[in-house]
Design a protein around this ligand. Sequence first.
Ligand code: C2O
Ligand code: CU
Length: 463
Amino acid sequence: TVFTRRNLLKATAAASLAGIGASTAGRLTGLAAAKPEPLVLKTVSIEAKLTEAGPTKNVLTYGAAGTPPVVRMRKGEPFAARLVNGIDDPTTIHWHGIRVPNKMDGVPFLVQPYVYQGDHFDYAFSPPDAGTFWYHPHCNTLEQMGHGLTGVIVVENPNDPVFDSELVINLRDWRLGDDGQFIESFRPRDAARGGTYGTVRTANWLDQPQYDAPAGGLVRLRAAITDVTRIYAFRVDGAEAAVIAIDGNPVPQRFAPDALQLGPGQRLELAVRMPDDEGAIVSLRDVRGTKPKVLATLRAVGKSLKRDLRDLGSLEANPVAEVDLASAKRIPLALSATAENVSADSICGSLGYSFWAINKVPWPGDTPDPTAPLAELNLGKSYIIDMENLTPHSHPIHLHGMSFKVLSSSTRQVQPLVSDTYLIQPDEKVQLGFVADNPGDWLLHCHIIEHQKTGMTSYFRVV
Ligand code: C2O
Ligand code: CU
């Protein structure tokens, strides 16, 4: 396919609506088969204005812009990026939710070397699935992601229904003191509980940003939780809205986001029908906990486009293999606390504690001496993870490299969602089915980064 002017305009309009100047297309060649020019993703340390107190030093990002980056790819088309490390800390890139070849997965020691300051690493793959994904380092993650090093990925599908505008939102907190500067990234007593929360909450690095959207129009809102700790409960006020996709995959049945809970690493896609009246305000809120928070607002502009949410066509399902329930082998997986301390010094960061375990084994991941895999899986075979949460906390459990289908839960009615991250509640048991169709070593971990780095990490080996 040709990168047409119309598409370019569309991409540019979406980027400016989101206030994202750094949005880049990594595929400016005319032929799909041709090797794309690599997009350069350079890690840099910048100053950014996150609070009234003035610019925060040592904010980390990819490229120099003062807003979080967005990368656009196209389903099935080659994408290439060169990670250039400009910060004084080894790093890698993990393409969260994208089913990449193992060598491109960004996990140091397990699949690739980490990248030192001044060095680079070339990533290349064709994303098989369309949807909203994100990218982040997989080395010293609490420090690097806590300081902002994350970006949203939009994988476009030319067959998608047409929206009147698109908005990409990167949701995260920052742990800043009153002077607006970073404070210690975690407290051990919180790491042993729900995790350490940030002190300043943002959407696209701003406090409650407002975006213009066409009155009476349909907005495609893509939100990614890139925070290291916080679980959100989403609601939209002031407009009709429907959840159209979660974690990059269309939902089987659309529904209104009424306190929909999603955790770190997860993505929400909404279709929002803007009000007809010019100037009307729509708000995206987090209603979890005692202090509900407006995350961002949309303001209706212009004459009403008079669109109808019900006319919106469906999103194409991604080409994820169907689990064969009859032959599927079961993998028991228990999440628990642990008292067993493992010392795990690593160039990719150690928090110095272990509080959590998967099947009683605590492993922080990103260490030169990986533990044994949780299970060896046969390429092409179906599996069902029987996951049980034996802790009093919720955990967003993320599987690399393969998508699973949510089959059933002991505590709630679940839609058969296809996903890469499942937010398991206390005392819940859940069945996740998947086909082991991607060879290699694939990490599975809690995406509350303090839990991940203090033991709640393991991996599958697919051979
Ligand atoms: Cu989003 Cu192993 O990570
Ligand atoms: Cu957790």
